[in-house]
Design a protein around this ligand. Structure first.
Ligand code: PLP
Length: 346
């Protein structure tokens, strides 16, 4: 199987000129978050439960949900794993797009869950109709990654809302919104409104992407209270989040100007990447996140090996039997390092 992003991040050299292999965000965390970490050290002998309640309160107020609708953990990964265990136990299946982020279904398979893969549409989006058609008596959950990793495509919001409403009556719908902060209007695209309307769905969020917290580890899920109770049983229920990370998140949550600046820099680097690809005669899938997929013209493994030799880390991918590259969006100097290496080997 392909490596998950966290495995890929571990597998390459750490001193790359351009580290564009794990959809990290080199523009964060914010100066306020870093200062909050330093300030929190004096009190780091204390258990961080008060801070966790404070942060949950901030998130609940912003999203218009109650505290009992939120569970946090050290990244969204433990919550993806908790949901996999909880909803595919006893040999139940998880339906996902193909390709999509494969951590949750891979984890489900490591226990006794089954993985049902549904090919993407011709324009590389999740095929919601085909996914719905696959729901049967053995389905334990449907996993929707929106924007989708690795294609960086989004599905139509109205269509996804209707999907959540219908499909959640038959099975658990898990909407992974790890990259939603990269959309121009995340509040318009989120499925949290569907949850507030009473539907039985789980929305997962992470601080790892636009907030730049991948190494600090913080994520959360928003769901109906009974679902949160279940997820807490299968996870740490927040016990493994450090006080320094919580302090950073309290300082950084909805720090609008800094986040807007990060988004602007990401989009500048992305436009530069598009222009390099066009110049070199390559297509790409227009991206709604901090990474871009494009088809390459040589064997994928050879391509990534040659890029690594030039100190540029990217991921190769098989899609529809062809070789593709997924490149995360980095700082401009990293994109320039990619461009120089790419021109040498393409
Ligand atoms: N969901 C998606 C779609 C991802 O791409 C990732 C990481 O790349 C994660 C979840 C997990 O992120 P974290 O555990 O850092 O929150």
């Amino acid at each position: 199987r392909a490596l998950t992003d966290s495995e890929a991040a571990l597998s390459g050299p750490f001193d790359l000129k351009a580290r564009l292999l794990a959809n990290e965000n080199p523009f964060g965390p914010s100066p306020a978050a870093k200062k909050a970490i330093a300030d929190a050290l004096d009190k780091s002998y204390q258990y961080p439960f008060m801070m966790m309640s404070q942060l949950s309160g901030k998130i609940a107020a912003y999203e218009g949900v109650a505290l009992k609708n939120i569970v946090m953990d050290s990244g969204s990964t433990p919550l993806l794993h908790a949901a996999a265990l909880c909803y595919t136990k006893g040999g139940k299946s998880v339906i996902t797009g193909d390709p999509s982020y494969d951590d949750l279904p891979t984890y489900a398979e490591e226990f006794d869950g089954k993985w049902v893969k549904v090919p993407l549409t011709a324009d590389y989006k999740l095929d919601l109709d085909a996914m719905e058609a696959k729901v049967d008596a053995n389905t334990g959950m449907v996993y929707i990654c929106n924007p989708n990793n690795p294609t960086a495509t989004v599905v139509d919001t109205a269509k996804l809302k209707a999907f959540c409403e219908r499909v959640s009556k038959k099975t658990m719908v898990f909407v992974d919104e790890a990259y939603i902060d990269y959309l121009p209007d995340a509040q318009a695209a989120t499925m949290i409104g569907q949850l507030k309307a009473g539907n039985n769905i789980i929305v997962a969020r992470t601080f790892s992407k636009l907030y730049g917290f991948a190494g600090l580890r913080l994520g959360y899920a928003i769901a109906q209270p009974e679902t949160i109770t279940m997820l807490k049983k299968y996870s740490s229920a927040g016990f493994n989040i450090s006080s320094t990370t919580l302090a950073a998140a309290l300082a950084a949550y909805q720090e609008k100007d800094f986040l807007a600046e990060t988004l602007k820099k990401t989009n500048e680097s992305k436009e530069y990447l598009y222009s390099v690809l066009k110049q070199e005669g390559y297509d790409y899938i227009p991206s709604s996140a901090n990474f871009v997929m494009f088809p390459i013209k040589m064997d994928g493994k050879k391509f990534s090996t040659e890029m690594f030799k030039r100190s540029v880390g990217i991921r190769d991918w098989k899609l529809n039997g062809k070789d593709w590259c997924r490149i995360s969006i980095g700082r401009m100097d990293e994109m320039e390092a990619f461009a120089a290496a790419f021109k040498e080997i393409s």
